[in-house]
Design a protein around this ligand. Structure first.
Ligand code: GLU
Length: 417
């Protein structure tokens, strides 16, 4: 039988696995496996040539038992409602893993942003924001950047929401530019958080980071900054990276500054002078110490999991590993730091940004990074003993840790009416 690759089916299977260990009753499992609220919007956008196109977008609020919903918005041609549901569920566990007073949500638009001009992207973003403005807000649901959205997207969202309200509402989205209430350190936060977790976990994984080699799949925001920080802060050697067009391998280590210049000029990491071009699939199975999937879902599957040679996998992407692959990696002794832990640095600094916006009182970069490291290390140290005690992989342990917090909130609040 072919492996189940529907993201929401995967998300449900992961919850059920944790629910079994936690001995949850059937009613609670029902609650946890259903998204709370889903909005689909079909909306017209005027293109530069004056034609009109209708786009489809989603916002799913998965669970808000622990606080306002939180989660990014992605622009991608392959976005589906089930993918957004899964991503919203993962945000619910992620905010609980790092103990933020948030629930989970996610949004997406079916669009290839690379084919739109900047003006078209702005109109698309503004219209989508107005369409979902009925369910977002600083006390309700706070969007943020995700795949192919960035601080500019967030500035447009903040402005559109504020225009509708008639006053400035910086706390409605996070990941904004500093000039409109963004936080120091937010743009690096996902990668920095992953680096802190990897640092805390290296010993358990039997890795000396100063001698370690790293391969990064996906050279976007999280991946490129992750590569830089694994090198600058942990002393590791980045030997392979990739983007949507393919990858490169250089045994001696890649000069990342030169690579950034090459990518800025050519649009891709491929054909970097001195390196060998490789495929995205090949990158995953390289003989490296640390593998960092930082692209999209379903990259490490039943088909290639047994070929993974890395000692440690650090999931900067959401959902890169399937449940069947999880089992194979665990059996083979690969130490996997799951997305809900490894990439939680982004939403953690998003929380810091929201707190700063609400208080109109802003922190220094040192303060942000110090607090981030504490949050990430605390989460890791909370999850590791569960994994050891129950003899389960780190994802399942993270779920046990997080789902319990959500369940406790449900029980404390009770059922209404
Ligand atoms: N999109 C990021 C994630 O998947 C950040 C979400 C946020 O900051 O709200 O965690």
């Amino acid at each position: 039988m072919a492996e189940q690759l529907d993201q929401f089916e995967i998300a449900v299977a992961q919850i059920k696995k944790a629910a079994k260990i936690l001995n949850l009753d059937a009613g609670m499992v029902e609650i946890l496996t259903h998204p709370k609220r889903e909005l689909t919007v079909n909306f017209p956008v005027r293109m530069d040539d004056d034609s009109v196109r209708v786009f489809t977008g989603y916002r799913v609020q998965y669970n808000y038992s622990r606080g306002p919903c939180k989660g990014g918005v992605r622009y991608h041609p392959k976005v589906t409602l089930n993918e957004v549901r899964a991503l919203a569920a993962w945000m619910t566990w992620k905010t609980a893993v790092v103990n933020l007073p948030f629930g989970g949500a996610k949004g997406g638009i079916i669009v290839d942003p690379k084919k739109l001009s900047r003006n078209e992207l702005e109109r698309l973003t503004r219209r989508y924001t107005s369409e979902i403005s009925i369910i977002i807000g600083p006390e309700k649901d706070i969007p943020a950047p995700d795949v192919y959205t960035d601080s500019q997207t967030m500035a447009w969202m903040m402005d559109t929401y504020s225009m509708i309200k008639g006053y400035s509402v910086p706390g409605v989205v996070t990941g904004k530019p500093l000039s409109v209430g963004g936080s120091e350190g937010r743009s690096d936060a996902t990668a920095r958080g992953a680096m802190y977790v990897a640092k805390a976990a290296a010993k358990t994984a039997g890795i000396d980071t100063k001698k370690a080699t790293v391969a990064v799949q996906g050279y976007g925001n999280a991946g490129s900054i992750g590569a830089r920080l694994f090198h600058s802060d942990l002393g590791a050697r980045v030997v392979a990276v990739s983007d949507s067009r393919g990858g490169i391998y250089l045994k001696e280590g890649i000069d990342l500054q030169k690579l950034d210049a090459h990518k800025a000029k050519s649009g891709s990491v491929i054909n970097f002078p001195g390196s060998r071009n490789i495929s995205n699939e090949e990158l995953l199975t390289l003989d490296v110490d640390i593998l960092v999937p930082a692209a999209l879902e379903n990259q490490i599957t039943e088909k290639n999991a047994s070929l993974i040679k890395a000692k440690m996998v650090v999931e900067e992407a959401n959902g890169p590993t399937t449940p069947a692959a999880d089992e194979i990696l665990f059996k083979n002794g690969v130490f996997l730091l799951p997305d809900v832990l490894a990439n939680a640095g982004g939403v953690t600094v998003s929380y810091f940004e929201w707190v700063q916006d609400i208080q109109s009182f802003f922190w220094s970069l040192e303060e942000v990074n110090q607090k981030l490291q504490r949050v990430m290390t605390t989460a890791y140290e909370g999850i590791l003993p569960i994994s050891k005690k129950e003899n389960i992989d780190m994802r399942t342990a993270a779920y046990v840790y997080a789902v319990k917090k959500v369940v406790d909130a449900h029980i404390a609040r009770g059922l209404w009416p």
